[in-house]
Design a protein around this ligand. Structure first.
Ligand SMILES: CC(=O)N[C@H]1[C@@H](OP(=O)(O)OP(=O)(O)OC[C@H]2O[C@@H](n3ccc(=O)[nH]c3=O)[C@H](O)[C@@H]2O)O[C@H](CO)[C@@H](O)[C@@H]1O[C@H](C)C(=O)N[C@@H](C)C(=O)N[C@H](CCC(=O)O)C(=O)O
Ligand SMILES: Nc1ncnc2c1ncn2[C@@H]1O[C@H](COP(=O)(O)OP(=O)(O)OP(=O)(O)O)[C@@H](O)[C@H]1O
Ligand SMILES: N[C@H](CCC[C@H](N)C(=O)O)C(=O)O
Ligand SMILES: [Mg+2]
Length: 499
């Protein structure tokens, strides 16, 4: 969305404004981090990346009309056609400039940031639904989409780059949202995408293995998540909501600086928002909530133990945003589910078929253990592992799938730039009983075979892609939606008299 052009010096902090070289103080129409998206009047940020270096595209950006460049590399121009600012950390400066360009949207909006390995989308959705139910318009930004209340934009990143994020928050403010609940990924924190934003509430859900291709080890992964809570992200949150059932959460509570109010949640005795008398069934979940505001009976249509944790997190976040708990729990059990999270595929077939976004060992373990508890017959799973992502999780996910199901189909997820045979080779390292795992690279065929094996009383989990409507092969994106594919296959099989 268009926002008024601003003088470069007004967007930079005074130190950087002093370092401005070349063209004196041009008007900036637009911010850009990709030379291919530069239009006349743009301020181009040359970002050093993993695959390329933005500095190689400075000339291209200028030829497309960039009037200013921010970079970590000093450079001389023969003629002062553009303004040039050399800084130590261009990503951090990008975040500060984006915030200034879009007139500090976090000042007008209450922000709730949700971080953790698993459950961010679920908790963000729950918070958004609770707030909407109470008549409070909040935007919701994350993996499934960017919901700006009056407009929904398809999601391209769980946590968008700061220039896109501030643009979205600016739109949310223009649409008169009271605030925004957003997923904050570890990549987002590491790449300063939310740097400098003031969070009213920051929530920590859990930390289990994922993304070690990027973070190397669990300690670094944890340290990046901690930035949202300890001021390293630029500002301290007003309230921190932390899962103390999680060992990293218990540690985080001790590392949050004074001045931040902490609300803990979990099943542990010391938690401020505590669940007890948990009743799990295939239809939903109920539990007793003990909180500083009294005891409440909570009912939700979400299934599984981990959703008790997610519901507690959502209630604690809403409490941190200043809402009454007894209002928040109203109607929870009638909320629609979350797209691609334990979503039923129902064409009247005899077996239960579910699509879920479990794409880590912990999520797969939780999902399969939960389904085992509510399945009378056989439990089957179709799953795969993404290419160009954490290789180390592949054998562990296979071990979990093999151990906790009766029969599994290992297949493609998003192979990206890897060969499926190489991904399968990593996965095979985790086999426990190879007779119960079939390797079928075509995902549609794997789902078909698993459906053909499923009878009344059985349950089939199609894991890993949830709401995704594509498969990524190399640079190509092929339409593929587990929910649509499964439905179509079931209907074809019914026509052929097979189910
Ligand atoms: C691993 C990762 O996070 N990579 C991000 C990183 O890419 P990079 O460092 O490899 O960038 P690069 O391709 O080397 O390019 C460097 C710079 O040159 C620029 N460039 C490049 C080519 C060109 O012709 N012209 C040009 O200007 C690029 O725009 C970029 O600014 O910086 C890019 C620009 O800021 C991001 O778009 C990119 O996200 C990639 C696409 C990605 O897949 N990210 C995923 C892993 C991610 O962020 N996921 C999390 C969710 C994770 C979770 O589940 O928790 C998310 O928040 O979505
Ligand atoms: N609190 C939780 N603990 C463990 N597993 C969970 C939890 N919540 C959800 N899951 C599992 O993880 C999957 C992904 O959940 P969700 O999309 O809410 O997480 P996310 O953190 O947003 O994931 P991503 O990082 O990919 O955006 C679910 O489909 C479910 O199988
Ligand atoms: N947010 C996750 C999504 C992974 C989903 C899975 N389908 C895959 O492609 O591995 C990530 O960036 O790792
Ligand atoms: Mg998510």
């Amino acid at each position: 969305m268009q926002t008024k052009a601003k003088k470069l010096s007004k967007l930079l902090s005074s130190d950087f404004a002093k370092a401005l070289k070349g063209q004196p103080d041009p008007r900036i129409e637009r911010l850009a981090i990709d030379s291919r998206r530069v239009t006349p009047g743009s301020l181009f940020f040359a970002l050093p990346g993993l695959k390329a270096d933005g500095n190689s595209f400075v000339d291209e950006a200028i030829s497309r009309g960039a009037v200013a460049v921010v970079s970590s590399q000093p450079r001389r121009f023969r003629s002062a056609k553009v303004a040039y600012v050399t800084v130590d950390n261009p990503r951090q400066v990008l975040a500060a400039v984006s915030r200034a360009f879009y007139k500090k949207p976090d000042k007008a909006l209450k922000l709730a940031g949700i971080t953790g390995t698993n459950g961010k989308t679920t908790v963000a959705y729950l918070v958004k639904q609770i707030l909407a139910n109470l008549g409070q318009p909040y935007a919701c930004l994350g993996t499934v989409g960017y919901d700006l209340v009056r407009r929904t934009v398809p999601s391209f990143r769980t946590t968008p780059e700061s220039l896109d994020l501030c643009d979205l928050l600016n739109q949310a403010r223009n649409f008169e949202c009271k605030g925004a609940v957003m997923e904050v990924s570890s990549h987002g924190l590491s790449q300063y995408r939310v740097s400098g934003l003031k969070f009213e509430v920051a929530a920590f859900l859990n930390l289990t293995r994922d993304h070690l291709d990027y973070h190397n080890d669990m300690e670094s992964y944890y340290a990046v998540k901690r930035r949202l809570f300890n001021g390293e992200n630029g500002k301290l949150p007003k309230v921190a909501v932390v899962n103390v059932d999680d060992s990293y959460g218990a540690r985080l509570v001790k590392e949050i600086p004074e001045g931040v109010s902490v609300i803990t949640f979990g099943e542990s005795k010391e938690a401020n928002f505590r669940a007890s008398s948990v009743q799990l069934s295939a239809e939903g979940t109920s539990f007793t909530l003990s909180s500083p505001y009294g005891e409440f009976e909570v009912k939700t249509s979400l299934v599984g133990d981990y959703n008790v944790s997610n519901t507690l997190a959502a209630l604690a976040v809403c409490s941190g945003l200043g809402l009454n708990v007894d209002n928040c729990i109203r109607d929870l059990d009638s909320f629609p589910g979350i797209p691609g999270r334990m979503q039923k595929v129902d064409a009247g077939q005899a077996a239960t078929v579910l699509v879920d976004y479990a794409h880590t060992e912990d999520a797969l373990e939780n999902a399969l253990s939960m389904l085992r508890g509510v399945t009378e017959g056989k439990l089957r799973v179709v799953f795969g592992c993404g290419g160009n992502r954490d290789r180390g999780k592949r054998p562990i996910m296979t071990k979990v799938a093999n151990s906790l199901s009766d029969e599994a189909w290992a297949t493609s997820d998003n192979p990206r730039n890897e060969k499926i045979e190489d991904i399968f080779a990593d996965m095979k390292q985790g086999l426990v009983d190879p007779t119960r795992v079939h390797f079928v690279s075509d995902r549609r065929r794997a789902i078909e075979l698993a459906l053909q094996a499923s009878k009344a009383g059985d349950c089939l989990l199609i894991a890993g892609k949830g709401h995704e409507s594509f498969q990524e092969y190399g640079e190509t994106v092929v339409p593929f939606d587990d929910r649509k594919v499964a439905l179509e296959l079931i209907q074809n099989m019914q026509l052929g008299g097979r189910v």
